[in-house]
Design a binder for this molecule. Sequence first.
Ligand code: NAG
Length: 269
Amino acid sequence: MRILLVILLIGSILNVSARSSCRTRTPTPTTEEMEETTTITSTNEEIEETTSTVPTTTLITTPTTTPTTTKTTTKPTTKPTTKPTTKPTTKPTTRPTTTTKKPTPKPKVCEAGWARVERSIGGWCLKVYAGVVHQEQASNACKRIGAELSGSETSAEREVIAALGKANMLATSTWKHGTVRVGISRPNTSSKWQLTDGNNNGGQMGIQWSPGEPSLGPTEGLPHNCALMWIWVPGGAASAREHGKYFSQVCPKTWDDRYRGFVCGKRAV
Ligand SMILES: *[C@@H]1O[C@H](CO)[C@@H](O)[C@H](O)[C@H]1NC(C)=O
């Protein structure tokens, strides 16, 4: 008896669920019809009026879908018009300049504390050191740090060395005048001056002499076959020599009677 009652109860529950499912099923055809009406009307511009009135009778989901479709249709029309007009005008002008700029700075950079100048061989890095050293000692000091005793290929480079020399003199001493040894020398007094750093075009454009220079010497029996840069700030010893310009002196000797320095140079990497 109990089993029969249970069966009857289950049976009644199933009927109720079947009816409820039937009720839910009936509205679905209307949604399909709705979609059809929306898709058809979407092609026309008057859709918005028809769709806004239709959802109120049956479903709320349809109005939410239709606004998104109308939004996507409006956005693409505005984007293509703005993009083509701005891009073609800006790209051709910026691209050629960036492609030409990129190859030069990428491989050629000077490390911190070194001043970069432009040479025929590319980027050249300069640093002035203080030291009472003669030509060979200065050259060896530069070689020890992977550099060369630097000359000046251009007048602009010479002025950079002058500025570095002045800064080094004021930072390392109380002197207001002195010299910076450079990689400029001649084999003898009858031969041409040469840049000895091995990274130049061999020209003489960076060799500017103070008045009356170069002199032949001798000093203490030695010829003046090395060029030195004169460094001077107001208060320094009066001289015909000009700040940042060269004068000739002996190569194998340097006197400790003023600021003394030397300039090292190496390729930018
Ligand atoms: C000076 O040096 C040059 C090489 O640069 C050489 O040919 C010449 O013979 C030298 N002159 C003297 C007088 O030594």
